[in-house]
Every structure is written in C-alpha cells, then in structure tokens.
Write a protein that binds this ligand. Structure first.
Ligand code: WTA
Length: 669
C-alpha cells in the first residue's frame, strides 16, 4: 500500500507513517474476545440508531448518562453555525452528576479515587468522602470571593486536590482553567491574564522523579509580572517545602478548606454554561483558550467513557495516566469516570520512580482492569524491556486504550502482547482538546481491531477524509481529516475570540470542522491518522506550536531568527529541532555551539516550560527561504531527520542548504 494519492503539502509528505504496508493482512486483525462481544455496553446497532437521527440519539444519551435539574426539550441547535448549542434549555450541575448523585443512589462507600503518591503514600476517597471534600472546597472558594461565572486558575500536581478543585469550581458554576504544572511562570501568567482568573489554586510542590519539585514559586513569579485580576492564591501543602508567602493574598488549603462546612448545595446551571477553559497550542504564537460548556460536554465524556472502555462501574478499576493539565485528564480522569461512578487510580509521579516497574506494580496492587495511556509511554516501556511488566501480575487488565498521537504498529503489538496478555482489546482513540471527548475509536466488543488504526467514528459522530477540493477521498487514499456534523462535546469557541474560532476551524473547508490532522482511509474505509498537517507538533503526546517555540527563541537577545520543526523521534513521536541564526554582535556568537544550545534550551524552558525544550538546537548561518520569504521547513526537517535534502530549487538562494548540510554550523561573524 502506497501513499500515492497523498495531497502534496510539505507537512503531509513528512507526516509520520505508521507503516501500513504489512498491516492490512488478515493475521494482523484482532477480533473482540467472546465475553466482551456478548456483554459489552455498546453494541454495533448503536451506529444505525445514531445515523438515523443524530440529535435524537444524543438527546437519549444525555438523559441516560446525566441527571438534569431541569430537563431539556431541545437537542442540537445549529441555526447559528458554527456556533452550536446542545440541550440549551436544560439545567444541571456537573459536580452533582460526578459525585452527589452516586451517594444518593447508595454508592457512597464505593471508592472513587485510589491515590498513589510518588513516594508511596496512599489515600482512598470514597464517593461520600469526595462529596464532603468537594463541598468544603466549594464553600472555601465562595468565601474567597468566587461566584458563578468567575474563572479559577488551577496549577496543581496530580493529587486528589486537583480533581476536588475542578469539581468545586463546577459545583458553583465557576469555569476552571487548569494549567499543566510543567508550564512556566510566563505561560501561567498569560493564561491567568487571558481568562481573567480571580483565584489561583496551587500547591507548595509535588513529587517527581524521587524529589519534591516546587510549584508555588512559579505562581509568585507569574503574579509579579504585572497587575492581574487574582485576589487569592489557595495553596495545598503537599511536600512541606518552605514557601514564600504573601499575607492577605495567599491562603493555605488546610486552613480554609479543611475547616469549611462539608454541606453545600450544587448550583444548577444552564447546559450551555461554561464548564472550563483549557489552553492549547495552535499554529500561531498565542495559545487558544478552548471553551467547553456543561451539558453536551458531560454527555459525550460520560457516553464515550462508558462505551469505549466498556466500563462496568461496580467491578472495574480504571486508570488513565494523563495529567489533569491536559484534556485527557479533564474528560477521562475528572468528568467521564466520575459521572459514570467509576473507581479509578490517580498516580502522582513518573513511571520510572523508584524503578521502571512502577506502573505495573500499581496495576497489580489495585487490580486495574482498564488502562488508558499514550503511545509515547508505551514506547518508553518497550525500550526498558519486558522484565519490568513481566515481574507483575497484569491479569486484571481487560481493556487497553491509547491516545494522543498515532500509535505505531510495533508499539500496538507490544501493548497487546506484553501488557494485555493477548486478551485485552486495544482502543486507539482519536480526539482533540477541541472535540472534548473521543471521536474515532474501535468499540471493544464490536470492532475487529487493526494495529495502528483508530478505525471508525463513534456512533453519533460523522468524520471523513477529504482532498483539497473538499471531496471525500476513495478508500485507499489520503487527505485531511474533517468532522462533518456537530457533536455534543465540541468546543463552543475560543475564549474571548469568536473570529479566531471561525477562522481556525471552519474556514479551510467552508462550514466543515478541520481538525488539522492528515489521515488515510484503507481499503475497508477504516481511518489511519498520519499526524498534523499544520505547524503543530506532537511531542510525547503533547501539543506544541512551532511558532510559539520560534517566538520564545527570538525573544532571547542572542537570536536574530529561528525556525523550528518536529522531527520524527523513536520514543517521543516527534521531537523539537530548532535552527537559529545568531546576531553577529551577540555574546553567544563567540561561544561554542553546544554552550549556545544549552542556554537557548534553558530559555525556552523558562518562557514556555520544560516540555517545549528543543531536543537539538543548530546554529546556522542562514535559513532556507523561498523567494517570497517563507521558511521551507520541509528542508530543515530533512536535515533534522538526517535525510538527503529534498528539492531545493524554489529557494531564493539554493546554496543555503549546502551551507547548512555541510555542517557549517558556525555563527555568522
Ligand atoms: C493527535 C489529545 C493519532 C492528533 C486528546 C490531534 C492522535 C492531537 C490521536 C490533539 C490518535 C490524538 N491517533 N493522533 N489516537 N489522539 N492525536 O488536543 O494530531 O492534546 O489533532 O488532544 O493529537 O491533541 P490534544
């Protein structure tokens, strides 16, 4: 199978290829295990039902998976496209759905969260415990001046308080904006400003790689950068590190939350009331605040969690390894599982602390039955070797999930054999921050899976692969992945910027949602994701923007110009490789290249966060540009991936590539 008909754009040609060639043979297909085929939550007839009347299908799901304070009478309203509303005249509360109603139904003693701290400390929270904790936190936030509609920034490690805080916000109808703890003070500051947050919830620090890592100093630094709308910083004591304190502004969690009343009445909000903002990288330098609302988002998060993972809340132990700083942590740690009354594991630290068997020991210890993780983690574990998982009993696992980037067939097979014991079906789930919930995925009881393919849109979801002319490509061909019908958990916009929402997602193909991914349909019509076709990179399943990193680099006084590309990387999927031209008069221009690189990497970590640090920084005398001045990233990617440099004839100065490729990495004097 070749990629012959691939539309020719520079990124698409270089999208990571999952190696389709030898994978479409019969022996590389896996039927659902017989017990799942007969007892799965989702059956194949869901597709036909949903297709017959999508809005009616979703309305039925919304009634089944959620409890409404005021029942809705309308499903989808698409009359103001691309601005959708779902269930718009209904009212509900997200925290009530995630917590209280399970207690009321007699499940107060069911474990909601098995927390495992990195140092080995543990904490068990039942649904009744969670109800008390969330109520206390809601009362404390109210006392700190947070009202319905106010925004709360959350900058926490993976500890129960992260989930408690999100639910406490939801309980009073205050949209949360969770900022991943690995982002820098500067990134936090810009997100606080954009959302006009009133309170920041943080911790003194968290445990990572065997040590306490501080978090609060980044909040202090962010709030020192300039005036903000923040009145209070609520601080969880996790590590016991010394923490600078601003009296009046800073308050300890154990002083104001633990002492607050554990009685609180959830505030019913309209289905379209904002539930959260989550910032994600786009093709420009400025991250976008993706806005999700309440009713539609929760419907699809819960529906997909129940059906894609075949959750049986009474017996399953579910574990999603994502941090709440990402959308996966929102939909498949906080909202989906808790709305479904699941028992889940939350783990604070890294997979290799104290040793490379930590994940497998957690699965063994809690008898985890459903595991949801990212290909990059699977590839790391593959590299570490089978002896680590083999030393533990993983026989409790019955469904495995993958998310965040294309899973290469080798990693899929390793996951299937070594982790799933050739028993557990793998669901390769494609979706985005913007889609809010899973969109394309096998159903574990109904789909014959193929290693490396996300395969089919879920019931109620319409996706297609189209060409430049907006024409659906035939089976066997590639193009752009689009979503052709609105869905309940779709983003409702970009915070404060409705025009950017329309431009970014609905303009490339008029009236159709363009996801930014390239994809291919195989001979059966199954979808294979091939990576981003825009200037967004996917490093270890994290979205990073080339432009954002370029801006960070040129903000350093030594740098005159920068170009960033995502180069294929065996473990992280893609890796950031930067090419920089130094200013002739800069101090750096006289330093050795590796010293320059080290300084610039540290600078990127400071501006954006350690996750954005380039793997490699090459100091070059020139950048390859077309006559119109556009940087030809394709050629740089060839260099970064150690390939023969492609066609350079459209360059304004074709000798540039010779200079770069010949290793003339000396700065311009
Ligand atoms: C990529 C993460 C291939 C894709 C939930 C998408 C995937 C971006 C898959 C969204 C998958 C996510 N196969 N690629 N199963 N899942 N992606 O917003 O490029 O952090 O556009 O959401 O990740 O990343 P985001």
């Amino acid at each position: 199978m070749m990629y012959g008909e691939w539309p020719v754009t520079e990124q698409q040609q270089h999208a990571p290829t999952p190696g389709l060639e030898n994978l479409l043979s019969e022996e590389r297909r896996f039927s659902p295990p017989p017990d799942l085929a007969t007892h799965a939550n989702a059956t194949s007839d869901l597709y036909a039902w949903a297709n017959a009347d999508r809005p009616a299908f979703w309305a039925e799901q919304a009634r089944q998976v959620l409890t409404w304070d005021k029942p809705f009478t309308q499903s989808l309203d698409w009359s103001n496209a691309p601005f959708a509303t779902w269930f718009a005249d209904g009212e509900l509360n997200a925290a009530y759905n995630a917590v209280d109603r399970h207690v009321e139904a007699g499940h107060g003693d069911r474990v909601a969260i098995h927390f495992e701290g990195e140092p080995g400390d543990t904490r068990t929270l039942t649904y009744a415990d969670l109800q008390r904790e969330v109520s206390r936190a809601a009362n404390a936030l109210t006392a700190l001046g947070v009202s319905t509609g106010d925004r709360v920034a959350v900058y926490l490690p993976m500890i129960p308080e992260a989930v408690i805080t999100m639910l406490a916000c939801a309980r009073i109808g205050a949209p949360h904006s969770v900022v991943f703890g690995g982002f820098s003070a500067e990134a936090l500051y810009s997100r606080i400003l954009d959302a006009e947050a009133k309170v920041v919830v943080t911790a003194d620090g968290g445990f990572r790689r065997g040590a306490a890592a501080a978090l609060k100093p980044a909040v202090d630094e962010a709030l020192d950068k300039g005036p903000t709308t923040v009145n209070h910083v609520l601080v969880v004591r996790r590590t016991g590190q010394d923490t600078a304190w601003t009296p009046g502004r800073d308050v300890w969690w154990h002083e104001v939350v633990d002492t607050a009343s554990d009685q609180h009445t959830p505030v019913p909000v309209n289905a379209e009331h904002p539930l959260f903002i989550l910032y994600t990288s786009g093709t420009t330098g400025k991250p976008k605040g993706i806005l999700h609302t309440t009713g539609g988002y929760l419907t699809q998060a819960a529906f997909t969690h129940l059906n894609v993972f075949d959750l049986k809340p009474e017996t399953d132990v579910y574990w999603c390894t994502a941090d709440v700083g990402w959308i996966t942590g929102h939909s498949y740690v906080t909202y989906g599982p808790l709305v479904n009354g699941a028992t889940q594991v939350i783990y604070e630290g890294t997979p290799d602390t104290p040793d490379r068997g930590r994940w497998w020991s957690i699965i063994d210890k809690y008898k985890v039955s459903i595991l949801y993780t990212a290909p990059t983690a699977i590839r790391s574990c593959m590299k570490w070797g089978e002896q680590w998982p083999d030393a533990h009993d993983l026989s409790s696992l019955r469904v495995l999930g993958s998310v965040g980037e294309p899973i290469n067939p080798e990693a899929w097979m390793w996951y299937h054999r070594t982790i799933g014991g050739e028993r557990a079906p793998i669901v390769d789930t494609w979706w985005q921050t913007e889609t809010g919930a899973i969109m394309i995925s096998p159903l574990p009881g109904g789909t014959t899976t193929k290693p490396g393919s996300a395969q089919v849109p879920l019931p109620g979801i319409a996706a297609d692969v189209i060409d430049d002319e907006t024409v659906s490509v035939p089976n066997g061909s590639g193009g752009y992945l689009v979503l052709t019908e609105p869905w309940p958990s779709m983003l409702r916009g970009i915070w404060g910027d409705p025009d950017r929402y329309v431009d970014t997602y609905w303009s490339r193909f008029k009236g159709i949602y363009f996801a930014g991914d390239g994809a291919k349909k195989d001979e059966d019509g199954d979808i294979w994701l091939l990576g981003r076709v825009d200037d967004v990179m996917n490093v270890s399943g994290h979205r990073l923007s080339t432009t954002e990193i370029e801006s960070a680099l040129v903000s350093h006084e030594w740098v005159a110009e920068a170009a960033v590309v995502g180069a294929t990387d065996e473990t992280t999927g893609q890796a950031v490789v930067a090419f920089v031209i130094l200013r002739g008069d800069a101090t750096g221009a006289s330093l050795p290249a590796d010293e320059v690189a080290a300084q610039l990497r540290a600078h990127v970590a400071k501006v954006i966060g350690p996750i954005a640090k380039p793997r490699q920084i090459l100091v070059v005398p020139e950048l390859p540009k077309t006559r119109s001045g556009k940087i030809m990233r394709r050629l740089l990617r060839d260099v970064a991936e150690h390939r023969v440099v492609g066609d350079a004839t459209t360059l304004a100065d074709s000798s540039v590539m010779d200079l770069i490729a010949a290793g003339l990495a000396t700065p311009k004097a």
